[in-house]
Design a protein. Structure first.
Length: 460
């Protein structure tokens, strides 16, 4: 009981500041279209549909994830056994040496079915973890972050799986006394008992049983304590993040700036606390799998933008700034925490300016992300903050901004030539007083660029 309370307290102690920051961050409506959100969650989070774009690695992760869900019942059994063993009295759980014979009733079928599934899952998760270790220690794909933390988590999962099998093996060995060779339950455990435990006495089998039990419990508690302090926090945040993600899975969730709103004193994002709660949740959800990097055209062309590293840097900056953000009091929103001390610089500090200007806003990173992280809207927010608040932008944009201000296009062509590309094509001009159902908006490129005009004309 004491160890469990300490572990859960430590877990909540690390989790609570992160949750407080999310609660106090700027609002954003992510609860519309609940049916579509639920379908996305079932398809992307639980069915792991995006994972299978990368065959072997996808199956590896999916097996570990599905195994995690199925073995929650097994973990609960272990904790009940340790904390409240009397609750299991009289039940044929095969955890308290009550090896009743099967009878034809629904309960026995459920128990037997779970035992078979559980043993199969333990075997598959063990193989998946071995493959994951092989990838990280031998093949070392470029897109992975090869950290000791990930190795530790995989070893903990392996320890949980192996201790489960050893526990069942000792349980089966004890069930064979005094009659040798009669199995109790759990097929992997029975196999282990027959192969490697037949020479053990009752006392030795009990000692192995206790050691396996405590190894299993302690590994789970250590895993729990590490969760909110590592990238594996995504185990907690990924399913909510998918549910709260971009429902349409198209576009980049960009929004116009309301310059008519006189209450707005800042535009874009210059401080981490100016991101909405959903954008901050994205940062905690990154799995560091690197799928975004593989398909990023900016990174693949040598530009200093790694969507994965950008997210990690923003997350680390948020974690460093969390104590400062919480100084202003629980009733003050993050963006309005004016009495909090100034924090470390975001742009030009944790993030280089050139990083956000390298993005092409194509959205390939968002298409590949298996946990529905949105990258482009954060990059646009940071660009807007640089331009409108800090007056910092690449010198190449100076002439374009000036032309936009004076001629409403980045090339400086006279604005009265905007419709010239459509001359002789019989295209009607849009009338805002009599709007039509469809509008062909060609933008500045289609109106002024030579090749763009040809493309626009060919569409008509």
């Amino acid at each position: 009981m004491g160890l469990t309370l300490i572990a859960f307290t430590t877990f909540l102690w690390a989790l609570w500041p992160k949750l407080r920051v999310l609660i106090r961050a700027a609002g954003e409506n992510r609860l519309d279209r609940p049916v579509q959100r639920l379908w996305n969650t079932l398809r992307i989070a639980f069915a792991q549909s995006k994972m299978f774009k990368d065959g072997s690695a996808g199956w590896m992760h999916a097996l570990i994830f599905w195994g995690f869900l199925i073995l929650l019942v097994r973990a609960l059994q272990f904790f009940i056994l340790g904390l409240y063993p009397s609750l299991l009295d009289g039940l044929d759980t095969y955890l308290l040496f009550e090896f009743a014979e099967y009878s034809f009733n629904p309960y026995d079928f459920i128990v037997a079915g779970y035992i078979i599934v559980k043993d199969g899952v333990v075997l598959l998760v063990t193989l998946a973890c071995c493959y994951a270790l092989f990838r990280r220690l031998v093949t070392k794909p470029k897109r992975l972050t090869l950290s000791g933390e990930a190795i530790l988590i995989l070893l903990l999962i392996l320890t949980i799986m192996i201790s489960d099998i050893v526990y069942d093996g000792a349980l089966n060995r004890l069930a064979m006394f005094p009659k040798e060779g009669e199995p109790a339950a759990y097929f992997l455990g029975f196999a282990l008992a027959k192969i490697g435990m037949m020479s053990f006495s009752i006392d030795e089998s009990f000692a192995i049983l206790g050691a396996a039990y405590w190894t299993h419990i302690l590994s789970i508690l250590v895993f729990l304590v590490l969760l909110p302090r590592s990238k594996h926090f995504h185990i907690i945040t990924s399913i909510p993040n998918v549910f709260l993600g971009n429902v349409t899975e198209t576009g980049n969730q960009l929004h116009r700036i309301d310059f008519e709103d006189e209450s707005k004193e800042t535009f874009g994002v210059t401080r981490i606390e100016e991101f909405s709660w959903k954008k901050l949740l994205d940062l905690h959800t990154c799995t560091e799998c690197g799928r975004c990097d593989v398909f990023c055209p900016a990174l693949n062309s040598g530009k200093p933008l790694s969507p994965k590293q950008l997210t990690i840097d923003l997350r680390d900056h948020l974690n460093r700034e969390t104590p400062r953000l919480l100084l202003a009091g629980s009733s003050v929103s993050l963006a309005g925490a004016g009495d909090a001390p100034a924090g470390a610089a975001l742009m030009g500090g944790s993030i280089d300016d050139e990083t956000v200007w390298s993005c092409t806003t194509c959205g390939a990173c968002e298409e590949e992300c298996p946990v529905m992280i949105e990258y482009v809207n954060k990059i646009i927010d940071l660009r807007q903050g640089l331009v409108m608040m800090d007056d910092r932008y690449p010198k190449e944009l100076t002439a374009a901004f000036k032309s936009l201000e004076t001629h409403s296009n980045p090339w400086g062509f006279p604005s009265d030539q905007r419709a010239g590309w459509a001359a002789g094509l019989g295209v009607k001009q849009w009338d805002k007083n009599n709007p039509t159902e469809y509008l062909y908006f060609v933008g500045c490129n289609g109106a002024f660029d030579t090749r763009g005009k040809e493309v626009a004309a060919s569409v008509v």
